[in-house]
Design a protein around this ligand. Structure first.
Ligand SMILES: [Zn+2]
Length: 331
């Protein structure tokens, strides 16, 4: 009996022991599988993280180029405006609102360059969309009151801020800032990209500075809207234009006569017209004062061909510089 009890007791203990052992093993297996699932999910997540780019939409071409330069491989940057569209007068379509809703970051100039911005942002229902207004924190040039006949007598700030390459350096830094907020892991890359792009802007600025130092003329005439106020301020030039800050206005006969008189007084030899706008007004004025016409490109938007061929902000500005040197007779 005692032996039986003993063997029974032993077998109970043995059973216990066995159960404990199996339990341990099962527990371990369970943990191992949980761990591998965890690792797998983590890898999947990392993978997704690597392939998921930050979607950036910009209103105008220079901002697209800046955003591309700063975001590098981590960003997917596109232009809101279709090729050739005029930024001041463009109208958003429902598809644009859908596109913006799925973006991570929208960059625009502000200061009324994009009068359609308020409507479009009101319609975008996305709490994920970060917004960068590039003109904030930049010292703006107050424009002349325009469209008096329409009752808008308030002075409007000149929104063409990207035509001062120092402003562009500020914008590039701010793009690096906001990208670092959205994606802290890429911060170092964004800073590095921003500083090498800024170096190119500094070289461009220096080239303008040197090339426009010794010129016969310091006044230039735009036979269109006044897009080059920032460039004029930076390089100590004077811009006279037929239109105000927005290209959809028309010059009054009085304004035409006034500008023609100034052209004669300053012995102007070139009337500039804008790349994306008709040169008709410039031609009329040039004929009136015996001048020729040359093109300037503010670069807000490019043609389809230019976008396809990879024309850069620097290409456009270098071409502008050539025409400035020609028109102002610089040595
Ligand atoms: Zn403009």
């Amino acid at each position: 009996m005692e032996g039986e009890a003993l063997s029974f007791g032993m077998s109970i203990r043995g059973f216990h022991h066995m159960k404990k052992k199996r339990f341990k093993k099962e527990f371990l297996l369970f943990f191992l599988s949980l761990f591998s699932v965890f690792i797998f999910l983590n890898a999947l997540n990392l993978n997704l993280g690597a392939s998921k780019k930050i979607k950036i939409v910009t209103s105008i071409f220079p901002l697209m180029e800046f955003a591309r330069a700063v975001s590098g491989d981590r960003g997917e940057v596109s232009l809101l405006l279709p090729a050739g569209a005029e930024v001041h007068t463009w109208q958003a379509r429902p598809s644009d609102i859908i596109r913006l809703s799925s973006a991570d970051l929208f960059i625009y100039i502000g200061s009324d360059l994009e009068p359609w911005i308020h409507d479009i942002l009101k319609s975008v229902k996305s709490s994920n969309l970060n917004i960068l207004e590039a003109s904030k924190g930049i010292s703006l040039i107050e424009g002349e009151p325009q469209n008096r006949e329409h009752g808008h007598e308030h002075g409007v700030a000149d929104p063409h801020i990207w035509l001062d390459f120092e402003n562009d350096q500020i914008i590039v830094d701010r793009i690096a800032d906001i990208l670092s907020d959205i994606d802290p892991g890429g911060s170092k890359i964004y800073r590095k990209n921003a500083s090498s792009y800024k170096e190119k802007l500094i070289r461009l600025d220096q080239k303008f500075m040197d090339s426009l130092k010794n010129c016969t003329h310091r006044t230039f005439i735009m036979g269109s809207h006044s897009a080059f106020g920032y460039l004029a301020r930076r390089y100590n030039l004077r811009q006279i234009s037929l239109l105000g800050l927005s290209p959809d206005s028309r010059p009054t006969p009085k304004k035409l006569i006034e500008v023609a008189e100034l052209a004669r007084r300053y012995k102007i030899e070139v009337i500039f017209f804008e790349a994306s706008v008709s040169d008709k007004l410039a031609k009329v004025l040039a004929e009136e004062v015996g001048a020729r016409t040359l093109v300037l490109n503010p670069g807000a938007n490019l043609t389809k061909e230019q976008l396809k061929s990879g024309t850069t902000f620097f290409d456009i500005m270098e071409k502008n510089l050539e025409n400035f040197k020609d028109a102002l007779i610089c040595r």
